[in-house]
Design a protein around this ligand. Structure first.
Ligand code: AMO
Length: 441
């Protein structure tokens, strides 16, 4: 019998502390990313967990034949670490011995080892398992992981408990037709459009909760900003005094995440040439004031008094940036008619809600606000909307048995990442996108 003790011996050198390895013989593993043959020697680029490491092959010191190496072969390598100012890392590896662990059956149908994967969006996504191996492609999702790490660290420090709510649910939380229906053993069920009901219920338990998880929207249209499955970053907090408490928490969360990137993701930021935005303060404007501002400034008639057209979001961001320098803007007091049944109305003007959206570089990335916590108020709101109250019995339990004033928000992770990287399509920041035409890979 063997006892597994949880101790993992790592053989791969970590790039951060390789300076300690200069002059030493090391053992590491990785995939052959690229072979550049020169006269008498070759540059072999090794793709490791995070870095592409330059290795030198030469008959002088390599005890194997270069012809045995193929791109995308997985190898174990013994090498000498040599100081080399011309290399990006300040050092390179002289290949001594290799052990080939596996070889590809075929050559990649798409060139993945150039600076960019030079192909259509369609191909980039069709061949995702391999195109993601490209240095820049994979850096996108490491940055995204860094953003989530920052969010988690911040929220945890602020006393939020991480939760995992069900994704198969009995009723839609967000209204509208964009809900996936399931035949659940002969009963009606749905894929969760958001964790809205559950995060609110959990405020009654832990006061402050968050979740980072997939949600589902049956979007019928094919746009650059809609996915059918996306990662929603949600938090919900109790005992708030105003919905501005939530906006303040979001500013803190975003600043913290960007600091995390600055500190620990320099390699990816440089590779992708990311200019991080300033998020120390974010201007806030009321919905109707914003509508009028765009209408006047850009000489556009207001067609929709309840929501923004995508073009208006762009124009508003442009105007705010010119005026204040901020690439973010909060828009508050959305019309009650456009907000879900759980949104709290402004007592001084019930046609508006105590809610907000956050726009970043021309795109809505967050919706949030204060919720109705009073049972009678929630029931009468639902009745006024002709909702079947009995379908929401389990949701309303929390209101019935007591809830503090509370609110929260949902941020689309892919939308935030894609704007951070100045991409023009949210799919570019989605690992394996699900859209109206795509369920593979
Ligand atoms: P909402 O429906 O506005 O609010 O969604 C919140 C945020 O999620 C992102 N998002 C999407 N991203 C990609 N594809 C989509 N189809 C898509 N739909 C939405 C956006 C949006 O701002 N429960 C509320 C949040 C709350 O009040 O806590 C909700 O889900 O970035």
């Amino acid at each position: 019998m063997k006892l597994i003790d949880g101790n993992l011996e790592t053989t791969n050198i970590e790039v951060e502390n390789t300076i300690n390895h200069i002059g030493k013989r090391v053992s590491l593993h990785g995939s052959i990313y690229k072979i550049r043959r020169m006269s008498g020697f070759a540059f072999v680029l090794l793709r490791t967990k995070r870095e592409i490491i330059q290795c030198i092959y030469s008959e002088e010191f390599s005890n194997f034949n270069l012809e045995t190496l193929k791109e995308e072969s997985c190898i174990k390598l013994t090498a000498d670490v040599i100081k080399e100012e011309r290399s990006k890392l300040g050092w390179e590896l002289r290949m001594v011995e290799i052990d080939i662990l596996s070889e590809p059956l075929a050559e990649s149908p798409i060139v993945i080892n150039n600076k960019l994967v030079d192909t259509s969006l369609e191909n980039l996504l069709d061949y995702r398992p391999i195109t993601l191996r490209n240095e820049k492609e994979r850096a996108i999702f490491r940055l995204q992981a860094g953003v989530c790490k920052g969010f988690r660290k911040f929220l945890s420090e602020q006393g939020f408990t991480e939760i995992h709510s069900p994704k198969i649910v009995s009723a839609g939380a967000e209204g509208g037709a964009n809900i996936f229906h399931l035949n659940y053993f002969g009963k009606d069920a749905y894929l969760a459009q958001s964790p809205q009901f559950y995060k609110q219920m959990m405020v009654g338990v832990y006061e402050r909760v968050y979740e980072i998880a997939p949600v589902f929207r049956a979007e019928q249209h094919d746009t650059s900003r809609h996915l059918n499955e996306y990662i929603s970053v949600d938090f919900e907090m109790g005992y708030i005094e105003s919905f501005e408490d939530i906006m303040n928490m979001e500013v803190g969360m975003l600043s913290y995440a960007l600091e995390e990137l600055k500190e620990n993701y320099v390699h990816e930021l440089e590779l992708l040439k990311v200019a991080l935005p300033n998020v120390s303060t974010i201007p806030s404007i009321k919905f109707m004031v914003a509508k009028e501002l765009i209408s006047k400034k850009y000489n556009r008639a207001i067609k929709d008094f309840e929501d923004f057209e995508p073009e208006e979001e762009k124009l508003l961001s442009e105007a705010i940036k010119k005026e204040t320098g901020s690439e973010f803007v909060f828009v508050t007091h959305y019309p009650t008619a456009k907000r879900p049944f759980y949104a709290m109305e402004d007592p001084s003007n019930p046609t508006e809600t105590l809610s907000f959206d956050l726009l970043f570089r021309g795109l809505e990335i967050t919706t949030g606000g204060q919720r109705i916590h009073n049972y009678k108020e929630q029931i009468s709101k639902m009745k006024s909307l002709n909702m079947k109250v009995e379908l929401f019995e389990s949701y309303l339990m929390m209101h019935k048995y007591g809830m503090p004033p509370h609110g929260g928000l949902g941020l689309g992770l892919e939308r935030f990442t894609s704007k951070l990287l100045n991409q023009d399509n949210v799919r570019l920041s989605t690992l394996f996108p699900r859209d109206i035409n795509r369920v593979t890979p």
